[in-house]
Design a protein around this ligand. Structure first.
Ligand code: SF4
Length: 207
């Protein structure tokens, strides 16, 4: 097993007993991640919903099925990508995560990004996009393009739950974003001498 896999397992074990914010009191399971810890493609969602909380896995409900479908349309299987959320425990009633909960939990995501070291990161929805991209602009305006990010490419798109609510237009725009992801994965990024050696964990990924 690679050292990254071992460190991710240790990190997951730490998360499983985490009580750093009040969500620990109402969760059934900590939802740490799913998929390939050595993936080139990593998804960052918002927070677990009720199905995820019950099963301890991210994106296993209707939104997860849509994510799997969109991945399948670009020829990628779920087990070939790494999937995590900004926060690891379900907010009661699926409310938005609070700033103090994001603060308490973000070191887990920071370490996951550093250890998986994907070439392409896809943020699903406003919460993940705002945290990683540091832009106070809604997802509707940010999506549709890739952003250079710590010597990687970041592609913001809608959360699949928004596509389930928003109908064909949102779904079609997600398809366009996934097609962009497929193109990026086929195209090796040019080495950037300034950022190639940057370690996102040490440089303060979310600061
Ligand atoms: Fe810990 Fe994150 Fe769960 Fe809060 S949401 S208890 S910080 S794992």
């Amino acid at each position: 097993m690679t050292s990254s896999r071992i460190l991710l397992e240790e990190l997951g074990a730490r998360a499983a007993v985490c009580t750093a914010c009040s969500l620990a009191a109402t969760r059934n399971h900590v939802v740490f991640a799913d998929g390939n810890p050595e993936a080139d493609l990593m998804f960052v969602g918002e927070a677990p919903g009720s199905n995820e909380d019950l099963q301890g896995l991210p994106f296993v409900g209707a939104a997860g099925k849509l994510l799997d479908r969109l991945l399948g349309e670009i020829g990628i299987k779920r087990e070939d990508v790494y999937i995590a959320n900004v926060i690891k425990c379900r907010p009661p009633g699926n409310r938005d995560p609070r700033p103090e909960e994001i603060d308490a939990c973000q070191d887990f995501l920071r370490m996951q990004l550093s250890l998986v070291d994907p070439r392409v990161v896809v943020t699903l929805g406003n919460v993940a996009t705002k945290l990683l991209l540091k832009r106070d602009v809604g997802i509707t305006r940010l999506r549709g393009q890739a952003y250079p990010w710590w010597n990687r490419q970041l592609v913001p798109t809608f959360h699949p739950a928004a596509a389930l609510r928003g109908g064909d237009r949102v779904l079609e725009e997600m398809r366009q974003d996934f097609a962009l992801v497929a193109t990026l994965l086929r195209t090796p990024p040019a080495a950037d001498p300034v950022t190639a050696a940057a370690d996102p964990e040490q440089l303060g990924l979310f600061e």
